[in-house]
Write a protein that binds this ligand. Structure first.
Ligand code: HEC
Length: 221
């Protein structure tokens, strides 16, 4: 019945490509939809964690660290479950990174603690002998910009419908009302830290960068 098709190689080849492309699209397209869809039990990052993510980007941690665990045994043995696309749904931008001078950090919150990070950020080589990671002592005195992080949360809520609660909305008054929530979260992190500069800044109602950064690192799970 299809003799005419078999005798016409050009047409036959085109017909095969159409069939294969169609089948391919059916496999590939759902993945695009999935990438933008958060996992069921996922919540967006808190304002403090967002501020920490901004510190991470400003200090260019992604130049040396990836946040993407590949589905290989060598990786899952070391870092834990491999990364799923939906886990990045609320990350704007996502920080997959492209280079691993240091280890992957996508689930660092599962196996490092606040006090470990505090000492490590101050002097990596003291905690991990031979480490080539630079020290980030300025993060103990620089103050994190939590107000900008709040504005970002408001923006992604309005533009992308990221599910932030009713407390996060436009306007100076809304920010003033929300600020104590951010400071309370920062206090919990700082309670596990020893640095005197951190303690005195927190006492003045200011959040040092390192506190926000650690809140962010702890949220990577
Ligand atoms: C020049 C490359 C480089 C940069 C930039 C860098 N790191 Fe690292 N990092 C490393 C290396 C190498 C290690 C492994 C040795 C160690 O633990 O110190 C590491 C280790 C770590 C670890 C421990 C990981 C583990 O599994 O134990 C954390 C957490 C970390 N870095 C966070 C950061 C953060 C946050 C920043 C940005 C503020 C940053 N790093 C910037 C190179 C870097």
């Amino acid at each position: 019945m299809f003799h005419w098709l078999e005798k016409n190689p050009f047409f036959f080849a085109s017909a095969i490509s159409i069939v294969i492309s169609f089948a391919g699209l059916i496999e590939i397209l759902p993945n695009f939809a999935k990438a933008g869809r958060p996992l069921v039990d996922m919540t967006p990052r808190t304002v403090l964690q967002l501020a920490g993510k901004n510190v991470y980007m400003k200090d260019n941690c992604m130049a040396c660290h990836s946040q993407m665990i590949r589905p290989f045994k060598s990786e899952t043995d070391r870092y834990g479950k491999y990364s799923l696309s939906g886990e990045y749904a609320y990350d704007r931008p996502f920080l997959w990174g492209s280079k691993r001078t240091g280890p992957d950090l996508h689930r660092i919150g599962n196996y490092r603690t606040t006090d470990w990070h505090e000492e490590h950020m101050k002097d990596p080589a003291k905690i991990v002998p031979g480490s080539i990671m630079p020290a980030y002592t300025h993060q103990f005195t620089n103050i994190a910009d939590i107000e900008t992080a709040y504005a970002e949360a408001v923006t992604v809520k309005n533009v992308f419908h990221t599910p932030y609660g009713p407390g996060i909305k436009s306007g100076k008054a809304a920010w003033e009302a929300y600020k104590p929530t951010v400071l309370a979260e920062a206090k919990k992190i700082a309670a596990d830290m020893k640095d005197e500069r951190v303690k005195s800044a927190m006492a003045e109602g200011k959040v040092p960068e390192v506190v926000a950064l650690i809140a962010y690192l702890n949220s990577l799970k």
